[in-house]
Design a protein around this ligand. Structure first.
Ligand code: URP
Ligand code: ZN
Ligand code: ZN
Length: 460
């Protein structure tokens, strides 16, 4: 199978230029002007952008969490991602405390194998670091191609590890060539605030927000940076939301430390005023919570300063009925919101079309940096000869509205209902096959494959 894409505006993390792209099999085999290779399919991309498929390094598919499961599984989640121009996701395996990493890996493989439309990989969340777990780290990296290890500084009793475990894990991961990533919020402070609010009868979604003030994230982010500096491990903070936390990372750069930072699309676009909508605010109950408008500005600036390298989603959808589990108590609302399908279009519309970031920065934070940081470059995240032909053909002018009536995610509301978007994904090619064409699905379930990742470095 071969495809020739003609006359597109190729947009990479470093430049934009007019060219044709020739795809043979699963990879890109030529890029140039006036290519006249014989192809099975020719696509005219005049007036369209052609960029590398999006990589969302933070999703939770079919994940057991807070007494229920996230509502998108591998089938629906990766398909929705493709509709929105994301060709690959990295999901989080959660170790069950008291059980092995391999046990958790088998559970996730059982849910993902043969079910994905789009490509995927795993981070391994270590929730119980002990001598047995320590031995498994090298096997994950060398045999399974799982090279990033997630930690939680919150969710005590389920996912959180203490600082002693954190340092032990960091040392082992560093020795073996991996990376430690973190949900950086101070779990003990948050638990105390939740308990206080519940005791005082403050049970609405607003109190989810008020139980996780900025300081809980800033403090934990600084502590994480200090431990990463002490152990010298490559380090990455997931879903960073606010000025205080970014300043903690900025401080660490003064000793020439590099800590990678991911924010998520919701923290750039939405703010905490949504929690004032009584129980409807449950749609945006996530951890960390949405912040203030000043934090949005900090994050956009952080992207342009190179302090924030990645924009993900933390896609963790729940049906409305699941959110209702916390109708009488905010602490029982399953945390998370749906966005896997909208990240690329929202970031283009609010970022590039509104002049906040350049087209090259867009590709950098949505595709190239995730590939580089997580050990998949140049196989993924770029348009280059020999790279996987994961490409999006994008109409930068087309306006449309986001809605539950038209999205493909398995969730019965939209967190962005009625949002006006400029720019639309038109065609998505995944490893040389047209996967989506004007909203129509052209591949089968099971086409998506697990991507083994390489070792990780502190520089990209
Ligand atoms: O609210 C969130 N973020 N849910 C998913 C779990 C996590 O903390 O990333
Ligand atoms: Zn988290
Ligand atoms: Zn998450």
């Amino acid at each position: 199978m071969s495809i020739l894409i003609k006359n597109g505006t190729i947009t990479t993390a470093s430049s934009q230029f007019l060219a044709d792209v020739f795809i043979e099999g699963e990879t890109i085999s030529a890029i140039g002007n006036n290519l006249n290779h014989q192809a099975d399919e020719v696509i005219d991309a005049k007036g369209k952008l052609v960029f590398p498929g999006g990589i969302d390094p933070h999703v939770h598919l079919d994940m057991p969490f807070m007494g229920t499961f996230s509502s998108d599984n591998y089938e629906t989640g990766t398909l929705a991602a493709l509709h929105g121009g994301t060709t690959m996701v990295i999901d989080f395996i959660l170790q069950t405390q008291g059980k092995s990493l391999h046990h958790a890996l088998e559970q996730w493989q059982g849910r993902s194998d043969g079910n994905a439309f789009g490509d995927y990989s795993f981070h391994m969340a270590v929730t119980d670091f002990n001598d047995d777990t320590k031995k498994e780290i090298v096997e994950m990296i060398e045999e399974e191609g799982i090279t990033s290890f997630k930690t939680f500084m919150a969710y005590k009793g389920a996912l959180m590890i203490d600082d002693g475990q954190m340092v032990g894990l960091m040392k082992e991961v560093n020795k073996r060539g991996g990376m430690v990533t973190v949900h950086a919020t101070n779990g003990d402070m948050i638990d105390a605030l939740i308990a206080k609010n519940r005791k005082e009868g403050n049970l609405a979604p607003l109190y989810h927000y008020l139980s996780q003030p900025e300081v809980t994230e800033a403090e934990a982010s600084g502590r994480f940076c200090d431990m990463a500096n002490y152990t010298d491990v490559p380090a990455y903070i997931v879903h960073l939301t606010c000025e205080g936390a970014l300043n903690a990372v900025r401080d660490s750069t003064k000793r020439n430390q590099k800590v990678f930072v991911e924010t998520c699309i919701q923290y750039l676009l939405l703010d905490a005023s949504l929690y004032e909508k009584d129980f409807e605010g449950a749609k945006w109950v996530m951890s960390p919570p949405l912040r203030q408008k000043k934090d949005q500005e900090t994050l956009w600036a952080g992207i342009n300063q190179g302090m924030v390298q990645v924009v993900g989603t933390d896609h963790c959808p729940f049906m409305w009925e699941q959110k209702l589990m916390g109708k009488d108590d905010f602490s029982k609302i399953p945390n998370g919101h749906p966005a896997i399908e909208h990240r690329m279009e929202l970031l283009y519309s609010e970022g590039v079309a509104k002049g906040r970031i350049s087209p090259t920065k867009y590709v950098e934070v949505a595709s190239t940096n995730p590939a580089k940081i997580f050990g998949m470059y140049p196989q993924k995240g770029c348009i280059a000869v020999g790279s996987d032909a994961d490409l999006v053909i994008f109409d930068p002018e087309k306006k449309h509205q986001l809605s539950v009536d038209t999205h493909h995610m398995n969730v019965d509301y939209s967190a962005y209902e009625g949002w006006e978007v400029t720019g639309k994904v038109e065609t998505v090619i995944l490893r040389g096959k047209t996967a989506i064409e004007k909203g129509e699905v052209k591949i089968e379930k099971g086409y998506g494959k697990f991507v083994k990742r390489g070792k990780i470095s502190k520089v990209i």
